[in-house]
Design a protein around this ligand. Structure first.
Ligand code: 7RM
Length: 629
């Protein structure tokens, strides 16, 4: 399974293209199967369906936990670094984590949760979040983790979409010097969620909360009564493992569904290879478990490899901008995986926060979530890696489940800001607007993948048609990523960003339509148009053009009201950075907003607006430019 040099990479890659079934079957057979698979792959991108290891049975937690009890029971599995740097870090060994997962599995079972039931998890970054996720997986319940920064409205939308019957949360959360309510937000959400029968609440902040009789239970009390013996449920490889909601260019977020077998094989394989994880290494992924990066490379990938995974509750700037570096020293982190937005933000605080920090344990650095600019790449390389740590710029998506285009640490020759080469099993192809393949090197196009890999999205929950149209209809026969990409003279890939109406704000995916819908809910707003614009720290910022019913009496106050509305409907991460009040939007005769123009204005490029002749009323553009100045 482990690639050791460049030649082995090329060999593995060739084999994965020429004999994909043999390639993945060999890797899959390194895991514990309850019933071995005999069929490897069945697929069609035309009438979309993908099945890997279809007739095999397994349980991902048997592989992530039980399997290691024979070899490394007393090694750390998870190291919890609390928000307060002065508080004690807590290590859970594989034996301890296994016991806690089994206990909580029994808690869920006692509440009537069975295989196939959906469970919503809304928690801060504490060990119980990982325990809750793994307990669901152990009993075959489908977890749907909702990032702790999302609003009550977002939670209820997600709960209702997948009909969750149980919710797991905490009283509150601590992030930096803020205490944030969690249970209260869940209570607000549940007003419109009749499907929820039970809420389990873990204490974190001792915030007073209301506990509804017959519905709400304390985690601690239930755990006390539960046994720590729980046989993992035998899951078919293609049974759903989890749902994770992600934004697209239209409508509400989609529930991306991943299944047990393929996801296990692919996250484990990519973790081991890309980061070149060695036994005993300490791995620190700074992503929240509420995003796919946390699912795949904080929980499942590392644990499947018997790794030591650091789980950090706080934020990079508390108590100061040196916190990550202190954590690296404290836990002797060898592999550090973060997002460009964090790198740029810490860069902006100045190098004084690096003075006296001992980063000598580091061996590999990783980047994920958005394109990394050359300047940030170089700072990361020099100041954090001391010119001595390969940087793996990993391109992938919620829908891909695992890393897709990425260097293999210390093996793939690097180029700053390039995700470099596809991993074994990944067959990228660039196409033009008409779906024609762009061959050769030194070219640009839309990035598609032409062959399934084990952790490809299986469906969007409850709406398979939506999955087909979103990913497999733009270019028939291909999975379309939504990203633009260049392939340079050496065949190296550089992802240039989304080509659809999805923004990437600090590595978070947010749809322009979602933000528009939220803004339009504010009283007095007639219409709005949202675009992304380049932002020094966030990568992209949100720019909103808003038409109000009457001229507002106090623009500044109305702006704040709109921000409050967006925070309430989606969450604080979706708040626009700029709101410009306008009297009209540039529309074509058919009523389509010409976002291209709005993007240019948001970038401050007023001179090169291109062809505006198809506009219904070209004078709108002049007034928008005037307002932007
Ligand atoms: C893992 C994750 C996916 C979108 C994707 C890209 C962008 C992610 C990189 C990147 C350039 C990278 N999942 N993206 N990684 N762009 N270089 N290394 O972020 O579903 O939340 O977002 O993020 O646009 O389509 S995600």
């Amino acid at each position: 399974m482990r690639i050791k040099n460049l030649q082995e990479y090329h060999e593995a890659y060739s084999l994965s293209v020429e004999k994909p079934e043999q390639f993945w079957a060999d890797i899959a057979n390194e895991f514990d199967w309850i019933k071995p698979f005999t069929k490897v792959l069945d697929w069609s991108f035309d009438d979309y369906s993908v099945k890997w290891f279809e007739d095999g049975q397994m349980n991902i937690t048997a592989n992530a936990l039980d399997r290691h009890l024979k070899t490394i029971p007393d090694q750390a599995a998870m190291v919890y670094e609390p928000n307060e740097p002065g508080d004690e870090a807590i290590t859970l060994t594989y034996r301890q984590l296994h016991a806690r997962v089994c206990k909580f599995s029994n808690v869920l079972k006692a509440q009537g949760v069975t295989k196939g039931d959906r469970v919503c998890i809304y928690m801060p970054m504490i060990p119980e979040l990982a325990i809750a996720v793994l307990a669901c997986a152990r009993i075959g319940a489908i977890h749907s983790v909702v990032f702790g920064g999302f609003s009550a409205q977002s939670i209820s939308d997600r709960i209702n979409d997948s009909q969750c019957k149980l919710v797991i949360t905490t009283d509150g959360a601590v992030r930096g010097n803020k205490t944030i309510p969690m249970k209260e937000t869940v209570d607000d959400a549940l007003v419109s969620c009749p499907c929820v029968e039970t809420v389990i609440v873990k204490t974190r902040t001792q915030t007073p909360v209301s506990m509804v009789k017959g519905r709400d239970l304390w985690w601690e009390e239930e755990e006390m009564q539960a046994s720590d013996v729980c046989t993992p449920e035998a899951m078919n490889a293609e049974d759903p493992l989890f749902i994770l909601y992600t934004s697209g260019s239209t409508g509400k977020p989609k529930g991306v569904v991943h299944t047990c077998g393929g996801y296990m094989v692919y996250t484990a394989y990519t973790f081991a290879n890309v980061f070149q994880y060695n036994p005993g290494d300490v791995f620190f992924c700074t992503a929240d478990i509420g995003w796919i990066t946390g699912h795949s490379y904080l929980v499942y990938g590392p644990l499947l490899n018997g790794a030591i995974s650091v789980l950090f509750e706080g934020i990079p700037t508390y108590p100061d901008a040196g916190r990550f570096w202190d954590i690296i020293k404290r836990h002797q982190v060898n592999i550090f995986y973060t997002a460009p937005t964090a790198i740029r933000s810490l860069m902006g605080f100045g190098d004084e926060f690096l003075v006296g920090k001992d980063l000598s344990s580091l061996r590999v650095l990783g980047s994920v979530g958005e394109p990394i600019n050359v300047e940030a790449w170089q700072w990361y390389d020099e100041k954090i890696g001391k010119g001595n740590c390969p940087i793996v710029d990993t391109w992938w998506q919620t829908e891909t489940g695992g890393l897709m285009i990425s260097p293999i640490a210390g093996i793939t020759p690097l180029k700053p800001a390039f995700a470099t080469l596809p991993l074994p099993g990944v067959q990228p192809i660039l196409v033009d607007e008409n779906g024609k393949e762009i061959e050769g090197n030194g070219v640009n196009g839309n990035l598609c993948i032409k062959y399934p890999w084990p952790s490809i999205i299986r469906t969007t929950y409850g709406d398979h048609e939506r999955c087909k149209t979103t990913y497999f209809s733009t270019y028939p026969g291909l999975y379309f990523t939504g990203d633009g990409c260049m392939r340079d003279e050496d065949g190296y890939y550089r992802i240039t960003g989304r080509v659809d109406d999805v923004m990437n704000i600090s590595g978070h995916r947010i749809g322009t339509a979602e933000v528009e819908n939220a803004i339009n809910m504010h009283t007095g707003v007639i219409e709005s148009a949202v675009v992304g614009f380049p932002h020094d720290v966030k990568g992209q910022g949100i720019y909103a053009y808003v038409i109000c019913e009457h001229p507002t009496i106090n623009d500044e106050l109305t702006r704040k009201d709109i921000l409050a509305t967006v925070a309430r409907v989606i969450g604080p991460i979706a708040k626009p950075d700029k709101i410009q009040f306008v009297t009209g939007l540039p529309k074509t005769r058919s009523g389509k907003i010409m976002r291209r123009i709005l993007r240019k204005v948001a970038e401050g490029e007023f001179g090169s607006l291109g062809d505006t002749s198809t506009l219904l009323d070209p004078s709108v553009v002049d007034s928008i430019i005037k307002g932007a100045l």
